[in-house]
Design a protein around this ligand. Sequence first.
Ligand SMILES: [Zn+2]
Length: 481
Amino acid sequence: MVGIFIALLICPQPSVRSQTCDTTTLRAIEREAVRAPMGYTWLEWSTRSIGHRLTGSANGRRAEESADSLFRVAGMRHVAFSPFQATAWQRYSAGISFAGPDGVPVPCPTVALAMTPDSADIRALVVDVGNGLATDFDSLDRAVHGAIALVNLHLSNAPPGAVNLHRSEKVALAIQHGAIGVVFANAVDGGVLLTGTASVTNQPIAIPAVCIGKEDAARLRERLVMDKPVHAHITMRNSSIPITARNVLATLHGTDKAEDVIVVGGHLDSWDLATGATDNGIGSYSIIDLARCYVALGLRPRRTIVFALFMGEEQGLLGSTALVNEWARSGQLDHVKCMINLDMSGDPSGFNAFGPEHLRTLVSKAQQDMRALDTTYAARASDAPWLHSDHQPFMLHGVATLNPICDLGERVYRCYHSDCDDLRLVDPAVMASNVQRVGEMLWLLANADDLPDHFKDEELRSRLVAGGLEEKLRLHGEWRW
Ligand SMILES: [Zn+2]
């Protein structure tokens, strides 16, 4: 509590913040983040009491409601749901079998990827498309037509400089080349199966796509390299129904620059194979704890901060896209100066900042201030654009975006989108560190004298091209230049 009073005493006027004042507040944030962290406790409760947080499911609705309650418990007074319409996909069953050498089908453990058809029952030859990049499909000419494409999720023996595509982009290529099904080969030892959306458009796709384990894929390939044709049989049943889901927004009003907004967001929803403790429990419950930390310290930033928990991220950035579109229509997006996205964030070692030049200067200065207080902070910096998380719709509207640079370790990443993404993987300290590092960066940006306007459209275009995103955005139908 002492830190609160020191901060309030030394910083009576929000508009006249000296370096000393910021230093005091940063120290107070650091203390509060580690003194009484609640993020892990809330995440633990959520994984035990709710389970997964799939958008459109009863669990998803409970997660929305409990996030609303937790923001209020954290002391936030302006908390609201922001509903949106979406197509909610849910799995019922999926199966795959490969005809053995004697023609007898041998079933293989599998899971369906999301946005696949409500029902499918197909039999076809398996064609190995390797890494599933555009060049891989092109080299096979028409061999994929009418076949089931076997594709690596991760790059394997790729040519130098090759850049992997998202699974949904590989499915889009498979459909373009006439495949009637896709089998993804995971790269994780131990038969781990991965789910995730297979659609670049957020709409259900026309062909089944499933994932099989690394070892089963290797056995299948052993047969294929002997030039033995292998037939596969894929079945699945899912449902895609229109639903209303809700983002949860908690607002901390600013002082002399209150019309400017910084969004600190992350997705609350998860896949249904496990509890999504790391994707993205650690990010979303850290955000609620960050709000608690600011309230506990009595912090009043110059700019308004919106703490945003999005639903529907996993099914295609549905909640964040709906919010950005709504704010673009109302003109509110013009006031959003920056979006900080926490997706699988833990123990940040720096920040990736994608924005006009002036943003990088500000972030770099903020990193120096943070490092001056704590020399263990690596203050890593990068400025790369990237896709497939909730900053994307903000970024494509020209808003500057930040994300913490993190390394959660192989133990976590092997369970990404899999049935092992549970609380055992979460270290409470990495969540407290989220609150500290993001809380410090947020404070410095929210009180900066000036933040850059949105990207000029032509500058955004050239930065996206330089970042290698043109091909991907074209596959998504989101390349507007
Ligand atoms: Zn995620």
